[in-house]
Design a protein around this ligand. Sequence first.
Ligand code: GLN
Length: 478
Amino acid sequence: MFRFTTIKDYHNALLNGTTTCVDAVRFYTQSIKDQQHLNAFLEVFEEEALAQALALDNQRNGSIQGKLHGVVVALKDVICYKGHKVSAASRILDNFTSIYNATAVEKLLAEGAIIIGRNNCDEFAMGSSNENSAFGAVKNAADETKVPGGSSGGSAVAVQANMCMVSLGSDTGGSVRQPADFCGVVGLKPGYGRISRYGLIAYASSFDQIGIFGNNIEDVALTLEVIAGADEYDSTVSTDAVPEFSELLKTEDKKYRFCYFRQAFENASLDVEIRTQIEVFMKTLTDAEHSVEIVDFELLDFIVPVYYVLTTAEASSNLSRYDGVRFGYRNTANSADLSDMYTNTRSEAFGKEVKRRIMLGNFVLSAGYFDAYFTKAQQVRQLLINQTDQLFNNYDFIILPTSPTTAFSFGAHKDPVEMFLADIYTVYANLVGIPAISLPLFRHQNNMPFSLQLLASRDSEVSLLCVSQNLLHQKRDR
Ligand code: GLN
């Protein structure tokens, strides 16, 4: 039977002739069918993927062509793949087909990746539990009574439950790291501007970043290396040369300076066992002669409100393009005029959470409240950026939990604000644009996985991946 460990091992197996790309695709499509009830995929491109696999097998001729040759990848359904549907898990994009490839997809394909399907997610990437999808929630494979996290829940479960080798999600305020945490896989949000957002359906453009789910750091590093880099279609992408992340993954015996935030660990919402296990883990770091220091982070209570003011403002502008004219769904039946058609289309085809955020965004941008909310939030964001720069003069990494609790039950958060507040540990990295990763290091006594979140300064993905590699290896060796 096909068994996947790392992309490197898979490539060796292809060269030895012990497996083929067709074997891989057959294995994953079967696995998706067997676990359809998890609802991780909105669509599977089975025949196309098989044809691609066969073509790769035929052309291989004893050498691996392309860094992601035959690698089976799934895409969160907010990433455009030419000629394929893309819905952002919303009715408003009913039957809409991508007319171009996202730059990340273009780069995946150029290195031989096989795209196996579209992953379910929260509508327009708004949510933390996947319960906001127009196509039903995704189930956590570790416990099907629990949410997989969100908004990239389908992409997390696709890796967790062996339905692909790696998957791409998007992370605006934690949507890769939090589901990775809930599902026990690796989830990386690169720094803002590392990967082009061209072809990523926008939620909040100054926060959005494509992220990667994988089983291990090597695969995540290799995928990042392929999809990162300058793009003439996205002026916010760094024009620096892309480091060879996968080559630079040395297990070096460097001593690092870690810090953690007092207010984060003392926060009343943090599960006691998560706190204790991370504290015990920090002790193992000091035992290994790394330094771990506690620092004050007085702004912690402001970050969730600031995030929701700024992202809803950006969302209200980004989502104004869904008017029933240019994309997907349109109400014609009972619309007397154009304005009626806009209203009916949006009322019928946007979900509750998306409507809430559009209204909130319009409110914070409205003339009477602009300065009190939007401008104020921008000022706090700048303050956070300045403080973070200073922090990284003294430390290499920040340690945070990813989420205050392990995966919760469906319907557990009836009050949307309660759900917003659970984003307390993830939105910070997006507000300041730094890279952050969830490392599946722990298991709770309730039997659910949870992770350590590490954050590094801008452009420090190499050291973030190296230290992550070391920590995961140490765990394996323990
Ligand atoms: N949970 C956050 C929100 O609902 C994060 C979403 C995301 O990162 N796309 O906004």
